[in-house]
Ligand binder design. Structure first.
Ligand SMILES: [Cu+2]
Length: 267
């Protein structure tokens, strides 16, 4: 398994149903707004030509001041666009609610993501393993992510798979994503978080069943285990941390990280 290459314009080349729906919404909104933008540009040039001082064909009417027809068009069209966009954004925002589980037959894979300085830790509570800077999952199953931060505010984003969401200390956010087919993508922190920020990327691997089993057995062979002591060592700031695996995870480690900020920032 090699390193994940950066897909050019991943938002325009989505690799999962959530990202596809988001791209379609983006394009629909742009096309609806073009209903105003295109005529404005065309008319700007048309009017400048037609009413030019040196022999334009436009009628000269210095005392003209009002036209109900022009007023109606100027106000009605944008009002309709705002209504259509409002309806679209309202329904799609609820449909694409990141907290909402995806409607699929396959049970989602639970992953707990923790933002650190400057890396991402992924805990697989049902599988008893953890990985750093690599998020792997079977492409046939959706991902159900719980996200928190053990440092300043971060922002979790896999552009090829779907929307961005914040990671905050003492707080948990959720994200449900899915890949269409096996593939390798890039995830990152979108929130400036200091010195190691540009290197705070992670590989996202949507794998076939057999590839995921191989990945899992490799993680399970790792001599490292994640308990409170090794967690503290990992959480110490580091830049460009290599992909690494833990073959065991202390129970409720993720919850203890959320809880350690004293619940001052409840959901
Ligand atoms: Cu918050």
């Amino acid at each position: 398994m090699d390193a994940c290459n950066l897909i050019r314009a991943p938002i325009l080349h989505p690799a999962g149903p959530v990202a596809i729906a988001e791209r379609d919404l983006l394009f629909t909104a742009v096309f609806i707004m073009l209903i105003v933008v295109i005529p404005v540009f065309v008319m700007t040039f048309l009017f400048a030509w037609r009413y030019r001082a040196s022999g334009g064909r436009g009628r000269y009417t210095p005392n003209w001041y009002y036209s109900g027809k022009v007023d109606a068009v100027i106000w009605l069209v944008p009002a309709l666009i705002v209504m259509v966009l409002g309806y679209l954004l309202w329904t799609e925002t609820h449909r694409l609610d990141p907290y909402r589980p995806l409607a699929t037959d396959a049970p989602p894979l639970e992953v707990e993501a923790i933002a650190q300085d400057w890396k991402w830790l992924f805990i697989y509570p049902d599988l008893g393993v953890a990985s750093v800077n690599e998020l792997a999952f079977p492409s046939s199953r959706p991902l159900s992510l719980k996200i928190t931060s053990d440092t300043v505010m971060n922002s979790f984003f896999i552009p090829a798979l779907g929307g961005q969401i914040y990671a905050m200390a003492g707080m948990q956010t959720r994200l449900h994503l899915q890949a269409d087919k096996p593939g390798c993508f890039r995830g990152r922190n979108m929130q400036y978080s200091g010195h190691g920020f540009p290197e705070q990327r992670f590989a996202v691997r949507a794998l076939t069943r057999t590839e995921f089993d191989a990945w899992l057995s490799r993680a399970r062979k790792s001599p490292q285990k994640l308990d409170q002591t090794s967690y503290r060592a990992l959480a110490a700031p580091s830049v460009d941390h290599p992909v690494s695996y833990y073959s065991g995870v202390a129970p409720r480690l993720y919850d203890s990280i959320v809880a350690k900020y004293g619940g001052k920032h409840p959901e």
